[in-house]
Design a protein around this ligand. Structure first.
Ligand code: SAH
Length: 368
């Protein structure tokens, strides 16, 4: 039995061709599943009765179960989604004037061990399947549509997707690309690449592949302007140091003058927030089509970090702005329900797997 949510259009067309059907069945079925949210094959009236019957025997459409949902004072919503008996993930909706942004998870936990991130403290269990990734958008669309909510300027309820939930999307690249293909497909959600942003610590070889196959917007979790500090905060830097990362970013931006790369920089008191750090950041990003997002640190239980005070953040920002770097301080959303950046926890069965996987070459190569 196959879950039809696991296919992008190309995959679904091959699936139908193998059944002796025409490839256009894929677009018909995608519309039913993703646009009409109809998952009962009997209702697919533009398919023959025989094909409907055959589908029932070999295929299904299934999404994670909503275990819990919470709404923050600022309207941010968070859902805990159960994938199987051992694993849950979190997904977050950030409603803003005229747009609804969905923050999507790509893994159960995370293997990268960034010390300021709550997801990292959970350890890592497994990659999400394509179905589990796209089902988050399916579910959010479905829930909001049922509530009668739609973004002002869009037919669909979710206008933007950020791959910024739990996990490192570029170490689950095949599934993430297939899911993003569905997000951008006109027979599914029809989002343009401008409305999808993938956030990554910077898995260098995967960036090249992403550009080739599915060049959405990227945001790099930079957090430090030099290797010594970044090695500590984002340990994957030991494998892909800044010089390599920056040249991969340059290659990603090349050929598209409209493309800006976002650099995320978390503000940690007395760790990476001095004027000297700001000046070093200016030097690193000079001449680059960059946008800097300063992210106030969001605390979680047992963390040893503290968020930089407002004046420190403002001063840091002013140094960047004076150097003509486009810079915004990200507004923290949903902090009262632990839905803010770096606070997503979910439920992970095996905390030990990270120890085996981190820096194991396979962590990258197995998925690219
Ligand atoms: N692994 C990817 C996707 C996660 S996105 C990545 O690292 O980019 C989540 C974003 O929130 C990243 O920029 C991450 O560095 C940031 N973040 C993590 N923990 C945080 C915290 N406690 N407070 C604020 N931002 C945090």
């Amino acid at each position: 039995m196959v879950n039809l949510l696991d296919f992008d259009r190309e995959g679904l067309a091959s699936f139908f061709v193998e059944l002796g059907e025409k490839p256009f069945r894929a677009t018909q079925v995608m519309k039913w599943i993703h646009q009409q949210a109809v998952v009962d094959f009997d209702a697919y009236t533009n398919l023959s009765k025989a094909l409907r019957q055959q589908l029932k025997e070999i295929a299904y459409v299934s999404q994670p179960q909503v275990q819990m949902s919470q709404t923050a004072q600022d309207g941010t919503r968070k859902w805990l989604l159960q994938l199987d008996s051992d694993n849950s993930i979190e997904m977050v909706l950030i409603p803003e004037e005229g747009r609804n942004t969905l923050c999507v998870s790509s893994q159960v936990g995370c293997a990268l061990d960034c010390c300021f991130c709550a997801t990292a403290q959970q350890g890592f269990n497994r990659n999400l399947s394509t179905a589990e990734i796209i089902a988050q958008l399916w579910l959010a669309e479905h829930i909001l549509t049922q509530e009668g909510d739609q973004a002002d300027n869009a037919k669909r309820a979710i206008s933007n997707v950020v791959m910024m939930g739990m996990g490192e999307p570029l170490t689950n690249l095949n599934n993430v690309i297939k899911a993003m293909n569905v997000m951008m497909d006109d027979f599914a959600y029809g989002l343009s690449w401008r409305h999808i942003t993938l956030s990554t610590t910077g898995i260098v070889p995967a960036l090249a592949r992403l550009k080739e196959t599915c060049p959405v917007n990227i945001a790099i979790s930079l957090h430090a302007p030099n290797d010594a500090l970044r090695n500590k905060l984002v340990p994957i830097n030991q494998k892909y140091p800044l010089a390599e990362l920056m040249s991969a970013c340059r290659a990603y931006a090349k050929g598209n003058p409209q493309r800006r790369i976002t650099f995320e920089y978390i503000m940690l008191k007395d760790i990476n927030d001095s004027p000297a750090h700001a000046r070093a950041l200016v030097k690193l990003l000079q001449g680059f089509p960059a946008k800097v997002n300063l992210i106030p640190f969001n605390p979680f239980p047992d963390t040893r970090y503290i968020c930089s005070p407002r004046e420190t953040i403002d001063h840091f920002r002013d140094i960047l702005v004076q150097a003509k770097l486009l810079t915004v301080t990200r507004k923290t959303r949903g902090g009262d329900i632990d839905a803010a950046c770096g606070q997503l926890a979910g439920k992970v069965r095996d905390r030990t797997q990270r120890q085996f996987k981190l820096f194991n070459k396979e962590i990258v190569n197995e998925t690219i």
